[in-house]
Ligand binder design. Structure first.
Ligand code: NAD
Length: 275
């Protein structure tokens, strides 16, 4: 099993499939991330606000996996946007993770009401220059936010991590991002279990045709359309299932049918409203 990698505009490569730890209980994070590393994941997506960076760090340390074989992402929380506050935040995250650098550091939300995301972006540029993150990017940025940091910042984000699943594909953001060399990371790739995605006919049909689960069919749809994904699960069985995506290929018709499930079905907050 080899997870494909994607070359980012920073010159570094990211494994296209990883493991996300949103809502993973801090007390269980070390065990669950250990399960993921043992299953073969090498890319972990966490965030300061998840409160589980220490558990991720303990699992990394206990694994004995060489640092350069791992890809670790964390995120700058909204309250820490700014310059000195962002420098302090990355140092806290690195301390909790037990690392001297992360592979990817993201502004978690644009929080346009604070109007500090351009300043924060400059801080992330300095964090990259200082070697504390190999690549830098953003999360939950809409087109106007991206346009502004590209116009006022120096560096084009390596990724934009956005809510994206078959019922909510954010085509305006994905097209703008791709035109500007920004790779899309799809969070909530399975819709966070908040709508009956697995019962949708195109998903069920593709899963049946390839003898895989509906979750595997949806995750493969993401990979084949170029998204970077890191599904979350607490169950060792599903953790392994979600990595087992490389023994089948969806047809172009199956991909089109799943893409046809778009209905503007956002399951989480609107980025302009998060502060
Ligand atoms: P997800 O779409 O990965 O859904 C997770 C849920 O799907 C699990 O709780 C589980 O109930 C179910 N599931 C997982 N595997 C399954 C399987 N094989 N079969 C059936 N059900 C299965 O949602 P998510 O965890 O919110 O998103 C993935 C990751 O994205 C997060 O862990 C986090 O790292 C990241 N994320 C980022 C943001 C952001 O604002 N940047 C927001 C949310 C999540």
């Amino acid at each position: 099993m080899t997870v494909p990698t994607i070359q980012l505009n920073s010159g570094y490569s990211i494994p296209q499939l990883g493991f996300g730890v949103f809502k993973v209980d801090p007390a269980e994070t070390e065990r669950i991330v250990t399960d993921a590393l043992e299953a073969g994941y090498r890319h972990i997506d966490t965030a300061a606000i998840y409160g589980n960076e220490e558990g991720v760090g303990r699992a990394i340390a206990a694994s004995g996996i060489p640092r350069d074989e791992l890809y670790i992402t964390t995120k700058l929380w909204n309250d820490d946007q700014g310059t000195d506050s962002a420098y302090a935040a990355i140092d806290r995250s690195l301390d909790k993770l037990g690392l001297d650098h992360v592979d990817l550091y993201l502004i978690h939300w644009p929080t346009p009401q604070k109007d500090r995301y351009v300043e924060s972006w400059h801080a992330l540029e300095q964090i990259a220059a200082d070697g504390k993150s190999r690549s830098i990017g953003v999360s939950n940025f809409l087109v106007p936010h991206l346009e502004r940091i590209i116009a006022e910042g120096g560096t084009v984000p390596a990724v934009n991590q956005i809510e994206l699943h078959p019922a909510y594909q954010q085509r305006d953001v994905t097209e703008f991002s791709r035109e500007n060399g920004i790779h899309i990371e799809a969070w909530g790739p399975l819709g966070q279990g908040k709508y009956p995605l697995f019962d949708e006919e195109p998903v069920a049909a593709a899963a049946a045709a390839h003898g895989v689960s509906p979750a595997q069919a949806v995750l493969k749809w993401h990979l084949q359309i170029g998204n970077i994904v890191f599904p979350k699960s607490n169950s060792a069985e599903r953790i392994r299932e979600n990595l087992d995506l490389f023994g089948f290929e969806l047809t172009a018709d199956e991909i089109d049918a799943i893409s046809g499930l778009e209905r503007g079905g956002r399951v989480s907050a609107h980025p302009d409203e998060v502060n």
